[in-house]
Design a protein around this ligand. Structure first.
Ligand code: GLY
Length: 462
C-alpha cells in the first residue's frame, strides 16, 4: 500500500465533498468457491483500497463527516489465525498504517450504525455488488435487498468518481507496471503460439505471467481464434494456419492497478492480404483515436471519429457504401464495430463500474445514446488531465449478426451484404492500449508492445 498520508488526504478530500453524517465503507470478505473454506483468490473492494489501502478481508470503516475522523472495524488475529495463516498484523497496526484515528472490533459496527440512525445522521454507502455486503446492509440498515441500489448515496458516488477519476503520480507508476507485465503476456503469446496448440495453452501461459509478478489477471483472459465473439472465455479451440488469434488480457499489480491490452496476430507467421487490409484499418482507428484523446475532447467524439475511420476503410474495400458520415450517424458501422471505443481504467479494469457506469462516463448534460453500438460506449464525457483510458477499436465479422441484419434488410444503403460472404470465417481484430491523458497530450502507458503489422510479424517469425 502507499503511505498513510495518501489515504488520509483522500478521505479528507472525500469528506469535504459531503454535507453531514457518516460514510460506511465495506471491505470484501473471502468468497467460497465450491465449499466454505475453498475460496476464490481474495480481491479487496476497490473503493476500500482507494480510501484505506488495506488488502485483508473482514474490514470496514466509518468516516465521520462532521468530526473528520476514521474508525477501522475488524478483528485482531487469534492464535488459530497464526497457526493457519502465520503472523498477521493487529487491528491497531492496520489502523495506523492507513492513518485511521481509532479502531474497534467488527461486531461493534452494527451498534455504531444504529446510534448514528438514532441521532438522525445520514449514513452514506456505496451500491453493494457482493452478496455478503448486500445482506449486511439489509440487516443493519433495514433496507429491502432490492432497494439497496437506489438507497446508496449519490453524493458519495459522485464524490468518489470526482476524486478517483484523475490518477496521481504514484497511481500512474503502478499502472505503468501493470501495462509492462501485460506487455510480457502479449509478447509471450505472440512468440509462442504455434499451429496445433490449444488456446488454453496460451491462455494458461499468459495468466501465469501475471501471477508470477505477484499480481493477478485484471479480468478473465479473452484469447480466441473466434475474435468476433467479444468476450470469448472459451479456450478449447486448436490454433490453425490462416486463423487470427485475438488476445485481450491485462495484469493487475500486487497493489491491484489494472492493465487492459488487446493484440491480434496470425497463427501463421504472416497476416494474409485480407487480414492485413482489415488490420490496417483498425490500427489507423486506434492510432488516430489515441492522438485525438486530448484534455477537453469528448470521448464520444473520439469514438465517432474511430467509427468513421472504420466505415471509410470498409467502404474502400467495398464492404460498406454510401455517405460515411450518414452511415455512422445511422449506426450502420456497428455491424462491424458493435462496442465502445474504451473506458476508464484504474483499480478496476472498468474503473468504478460498481458505482454506476453513467456516473463515471457521462454527465447530467451528456446522456448515453440508446443506439446499438453507441449504447455500449462506457465513456462519453470530455477527457480531463489525469484520466487513464483504454482505446480499443475493432472490426468483427459476426455471421449471426450479419445474417440477422441481412434478413431484416437493415442498412441496405450502407452495407454491401454480398461482399461479406468472403469474410464469414474471418473472426475479428481489436487493438488496445492504455492511455494517460496529460495537459501535454496523450501518453501510451508502458513500454511499446508490438503493434504494427511488421512488428507483430517479426515476433511471430522470431
Ligand atoms: N478488456 C475487457 C473489457 O474491457 O471488457
Amino acid at each position: 500500500m502507499f503511505g498513510p498520508t495518501i489515504y488520509k488526504e483522500r478521505r479528507k478530500a472525500l469528506l469535504s465533498r459531503l454535507d453531514q453524517g457518516i460514510v460506511l465503507l465495506l471491505g470484501n470478505e473471502e468468497s467460497p468457491k465450491n465449499y466454505h473454506d475453498n475460496t476464490y483468490r481474495f480481491r479487496q473492494d476497490s473503493n476500500f483500497l482507494y480510501f484505506l489501502g488495506l488488502d485483508q478481508p473482514h474490514l470496514a470503516a466509518i468516516l465521520d463527516i462532521d468530526a473528520g475522523s476514521t474508525t477501522l472495524y475488524g478483528n485482531d488475529p487469534d492464535i488459530n489465525h497464526v497457526i493457519w495463516m502465520g503472523d498477521l498484523p493487529s487491528l491497531a497496526e492496520l489502523a495506523t498504517s492507513t492513518g485511521a484515528q481509532s479502531s474497534a472490533t467488527f461486531s461493534k459496527l452494527p451498534k455504531a450504525l444504529e446510534e448514528a440512525q438514532k441521532n438522525g445522521r445520514k449514513i452514506h454507502f456505496l451500491p453493494p455488488y457482493r452478496g455478503e455486503n448486500k445482506i449486511r446492509l439489509h440487516q443493519w440498515l433495514e433496507i429491502p435487498l432490492n432497494d439497496l441500489g437506489t438507497a446508496a448515496s449519490v453524493p458519495l458516488v459522485q464524490g468518489v468518481v470526482d476524486l478517483a477519476s484523475a490518477k496521481s503520480e504514484e497511481e500512474i507508476a503502478e499502472m505503468e507496471k501493470a501495462v509492462n507485465i501485460s506487455r510480457l503476456m502479449h509478447h509471450a503469446a505472440m512468440q509462442q503460439a504455434r499451429p496445433g496448440m490449444k488456446e488454453a495453452e496460451l491462455a494458461g501461459l499468459i495468466e501465469g505471467i501475471a501471477l508470477s509478478h505477484e499480481g493477478d489477471v485484471a479480468y478473465p483472459v479473452i484469447l480466441s481464434v473466434n475474435g468476433q465473439i467479444l468476450h470469448n472465455h472459451y479456450h478449447g479451440n486448436t490454433l490453425q494456419e490462416g486463423q487470427l488469434v485475438l488476445v485481450d488480457a491485462g495484469a493487475e499489480t500486487a497493489q491491484h492497478y489494472a492493465g487492459d491490452i488487446t493484440r491480434t496476430f496470425p497463427v501463421s507467421t504472416q497476416f494474409t492480404a485480407q487480414q492485413k487490409e482489415i488490420y490496417e484499418i483498425v490500427l489507423k482507428a486506434e492510432q488516430d483515436s489515441i492522438a485525438s484523446s486530448t484534455v477537453g475532447t469528448r470521448y464520444l467524439d473520439v469514438h465517432l471519429s474511430a467509427a468513421q475511420i472504420i466505415a471509410t476503410g470498409l467502404s474502400e474495400l467495398g464492404i460498406m457504401k454510401g455517405d460515411v458520415e450518414e452511415a455512422v450517424a445511422a449506426g450502420a458501422h456497428a455491424l462491424f464495430f458493435p462496442h465502445g471505443l474504451g473506458h476508464m481504467i484504474g483499480l478496476d479494469v472498468h474503473d468504478m463500474e460498481d458505482l454506476g457506469e453513467d456516473y463515471v462516463g457521462y454527465t447530467t448534460e451528456l446522456k448515453r445514446s440508446a443506439q446499438f453500438g453507441l449504447r455500449s460506449l462506457r465513456l462519453g464525457r470530455a477527457l480531463e488531465a489525469g484520466f487513464v483510458i483504454t482505446v480499443e477499436p475493432g472490426i468483427y465479422f459476426i455471421p449471426q449478426l450479419i445474417d440477422l441484419w441481412r434478413s431484416e434488410g437493415k442498412f441496405l444503403d450502407f452495407i454491401n451484404y454480398d461482399a461479406l460472404d468472403a469474410y464469414r470465417t474471418f473472426g475479428g481484430i481489436r487493438i488496445e492500449d492504455n492511455v494517460w491523458i496529460t495537459p501535454n497530450g496523450p501518453e501510451i502507458l508502458g513500454e511499446p508492445i508490438a503493434k504494427t503489422v511488421a512488428e507483430v510479424e517479426s515476433l511471430r517469425k522470431g
